[in-house]
Design a protein around this ligand. Structure first.
Ligand code: ADP
Ligand code: MG
Length: 452
């Protein structure tokens, strides 16, 4: 195998083991520059990369290489500041448009029994009015699992702290003296577990493996939408734990009543305990979050720069962290202090501007995705309720968020008489004042529209 192929295979493996952000940070501009029988020399772009790769990833890279060529016994990292002219670089940059999101240095510390990452704890979770209810409910559950709220269902847009919160509950419970058995799983893991159990006729064994669990935490449960067979089996798993007073904790990007293609009986189970949301932090809280993160990392950044970040990076907390990390990496690699112009330049990709994120396409796209429709059907002439409502919501948002004129909206929707649009706008406006479910739906759609 030639050097380039060997390195590509390492990169492919690494992507499975570490987050996208980490991958982009540490493996951008790397390649094998030479190789003799037992030693491989890898070019890295700077001293910082060299240090991290050799201290954190050495073993994993070596192990992966040895799977291809067992003669390889050692690696050496050499600083080679020339940008590597290979497809890797391009791929990395393209796949990582949103930039370095976060540096999970402790990625490998995930507990093998519980699947919990020890970095997610209540102590590092900043609380404000945007998430205090979810925080309080989570603490209550952590202190009294099975008895406070069951299930606990936390929902909200991406990067707003759902995973952090539900894992904090798990970490707190698994550290207390009662030695309860905690298990954290993504809903994809649950679905793939169920699917392979069905395939291999081992559903009983699968259920038995979950039976001893005291606290079951499932992240992003919305992905179970439309998976009929998995929902059926999961319903039984849910019930058997629930009946034994075992705690169930779920997160989702939307409330139970807005998850499409979800069996009614599961929907009612999901909403049978406590349902709470997390939303966007305000400016003051964004500043506190930045300061907390800096303190955790034992780093300093001038106040005016922190204010610039808090003012401009509004999309979510993950982006806020990403922006901060991008600046910290810059300081470290360049060994220099930040000024405001450099900050502006570095954070271009993070800065929120409603004018370049919300547009016609994003509105239509977000509405269609939210209601699980394909985009074209929003424009169908039909009176079917499951289409009429989303279409009205789309019209409403075009008017409300983008200030489109009624006739302009009418033209987009097949030249309808613009009084139809006015009617739709008024109807949604009025109903959303009276109907919490609709308000919530519109808020969640707005989060999508404004989140890149
Ligand atoms: P979600 O699961 O909602 O997409 P995450 O829990 O993964 O979001 O949060 C994204 C990042 O933001 C994580 O690194 C997390 O630690 C951080 N974060 C989110 N909310 C808070 C908070 N309230 N205080 C401190 N850090 C937070
Ligand atoms: Mg998450």
């Amino acid at each position: 195998m030639d050097n380039n192929k060997l390195w590509q295979s390492v990169l492919a493996q690494m992507q499975l083991h570490i987050s996208h952000a980490n991958f982009a940070t540490w493996f951008q501009n790397t390649e094998i520059i030479s190789r003799d029988t037992d030693k491989v020399i890898i070019a890295v772009p700077n001293a910082f990369s060299k240090e991290w790769l050799s201290s954190k990833y050495y073993k994993l890279i070596l192990k992966t290489m040895r799977e291809t060529d067992s003669n390889i016994r050692a690696l050496e990292f050499k600083i080679n500041p020339q940008p590597v002219n290979s497809s890797i670089k391009k791929e990395v940059i393209e796949s990582e448009k949103s930039n370095i999101e976060q540096l999970k240095f402790d990625e490998f510390k995930v507990n093998k029994d519980t699947n919990l990452n020890p970095r997610y704890v209540f102590d590092s979770f900043v609380v404000g009015s945007f998430n205090e209810l979810a925080y309080a409910a989570s603490l209550a559950v952590a202190d009294n699992p099975g008895n406070a709220y069951n299930p606990l269902f936390i929902y909200g847009g991406v990067g707003l702290g759902k995973t952090h919160l539900i894992q904090s509950i798990g970490n707190k419970i698994s550290l207390d003296a009662k030695k309860r058995k905690v298990k954290y799983m993504s809903s994809e893991k649950v679905v793939s577990g169920i699917v392979s159990a069905i395939r291999s006729n081992s559903m009983d064994a699968f259920k038995a493996s979950l039976a001893p669990i005291d606290v079951l935490i499932i992240d992003d449960i919305q992905f179970i939408s439309g998976k009929t067979k998995s929902q059926e089996e999961f319903f039984h798993v849910f019930n058997s734990l629930y009946e034994k007073n075992k705690q169930i904790i779920l997160s989702s990007d939307r409330p139970p009543n807005a998850i499409p293609e979800l069996e009614e009986r599961l929907r009612s189970r999901f909403s049978g305990g406590m349902t709470v949301d997390v939303s966007l932090p305000d400016y003051e809280t964004r500043l506190v979050i930045l300061k907390t993160k800096l303190q955790e990392k034992n780093q300093k950044i001038p106040e005016n720069i922190l204010e610039y970040i808090a003012t401009n990076v509004k999309k979510n907390i993950r982006e806020l962290e990403g922006a901060l990390n991008a600046l910290l990496i810059y300081c470290k690699t360049n060994n220099s202090n930040l000024d405001i112009d450099t900050t502006k330049r570095l954070l271009k990709g993070f800065v929120f501007s409603p004018f370049n994120v919300a547009n016609y396409k994003k509105v239509v796209d977000s509405v269609a995705k939210f209601y699980n429709l394909d985009e074209k059907s929003l424009f169908h002439e039909t009176r079917r309720k499951e289409i009429v409502r989303p279409r009205q919501v789309a019209m409403f948002l075009l008017r409300k968020e983008l200030k489109y004129s009624f006739p302009a909206i009418a033209r987009k929707f097949g030249g309808k008489d613009h009084t139809t649009v006015i009617y739709a706008y008024k109807k949604i406006e009025k109903e959303s004042e009276e109907n919490n479910k609709l308000t919530e739906e519109i808020n969640l759609i707005k989060q999508r529209i404004y989140s890149g």
